[in-house]
Design a binder for this molecule. Structure first.
Ligand SMILES: Nc1ncnc2c1ncn2[C@@H]1O[C@H](COP(=O)(O)OP(=O)(O)OP(=O)(O)O)[C@@H](O)[C@H]1O
Length: 216
């Protein structure tokens, strides 16, 4: 699905590399966890693999395309079609209902809403009864499940999640991750999760550990 060759990243205002000569392969349909101490380069690696930050050196093939050689427009189309993103801070629109938050990506890209697919996602993530509620009426765990539904509404090939449970207590964290991994397995969606928490995903297909910008 994704294959990165000898990627490095040095931010323009920094002397040291956040990521050093890293090679990584992400298999289609696999569940992947990236771990490491604070500052080890986890978000940098995830952002490069998810098409958001260009590496300073190296090549990233996404579904056999040399992604960072595409134009800005092509990259945006590629991300919109194939990728879904889940953030620590949910990033919901608080003026919209749960339902409208979830279908927002379809509106932006002028795609038709398949109501049955929305209902199925709401059921899978156990938020069906909150469809007409506003995010502020939901718990953090429920809000993150809305964000997951929004990330999956267009049937992406890959879901990228950076500390998706960072704002949740341990009980809600486990619930959110359990639903996220179950749904990804059901839909054969590739999943990449950055987390600090060793216990969060019990049996990932691949566990990548970063230390000082290198995969160990
Ligand atoms: N936009 C940026 N500009 C400059 N330096 C950055 C930037 N983003 C990250 N860094 C630096 O790159 C290194 C790796 O950061 P990164 O956020 O990838 O680590 P992380 O493992 O995700 O950390 P955390 O667990 O604390 O979120 C750190 O030294 C950080 O200060």
């Amino acid at each position: 699905m994704i294959s990165a060759i000898e990627i490095s990243k040095t931010y323009h205002n920094s002397r040291t590399a956040a990521l050093k000569n890293t090679n990584i392969v992400i298999d289609e349909g696999s569940i992947n966890v990236i771990m490491g101490k604070s500052g080890s380069g986890k978000s940098t690696l995830l952002n490069i693999l998810s098409g958001l930050i260009e590496p300073s050196t190296g090549t990233v093939y996404m579904m056999n395309k040399d992604y960072y050689r595409l134009s800005e427009k092509e990259k945006a189309q590629f991300r919109g079609k194939y990728f879904g993103y889940v953030f620590q801070s949910f990033q919901l629109i608080y003026e919209l209902t749960v339902y409208d938050n979830i279908i927002m990506p379809l509106h932006i890209t002028n795609q038709k809403v398949n109501e049955q697919a929305v209902y199925q996602l709401l059921k899978d993530l156990e938020i069906y009864h909150y469809m007409r509620s506003f995010p502020s009426e939901l718990s953090g765990g429920q809000q993150q499940r809305v964000a997951i539904a929004r990330a999956m509404i267009h049937n992406p090939k890959v879901i990228f999640a950076d500390e998706p449970t960072g704002n949740l207590d341990s009980e809600n964290s486990l619930r959110v991750i359990e639903l996220l991994t179950r749904l990804c397995k059901k839909n054969q969606t590739t999943l990449l999760v950055v987390t600090h928490d060793k216990q969060l995903i019990k049996n990932p297909d691949h566990l990548f550990i970063l230390k000082d910008g290198k995969l160990v």
